[in-house]
Ligand binder design. Sequence first.
Ligand SMILES: [Zn+2]
Length: 105
Amino acid sequence: MTMNKSSKNHTCIICGKDYHSCDSCNQIASFTPWRIICDTLEHYQIYLVILDYQQNKINKEEAQMMLHNIGVNVNTIDNFKPSVSDLLKDILSEDNSEPEIGDGM
Ligand SMILES: [Zn+2]
């Protein structure tokens, strides 16, 4: 009998980590079951920021501020999935104080 109770049946959309989440629990929950998208609430909050940003509901500055509020910085995003980490780096690297020099656009 192989009854693996801790079977990883979900993958976090942010960090790509496999985790276990009870599907029947998620189904009876009346609130948004963030557990089916991310392994931690923090990662789900990051996911929401990215979603809003990609849908142009918030601009880069706002996204950056929200990420700061969650406690996200360039040092904490290296463990995330490459696509997520690249996007977050792009948002977080936005420097509002100085214009970039040498970018031939
Ligand atoms: Zn995660």
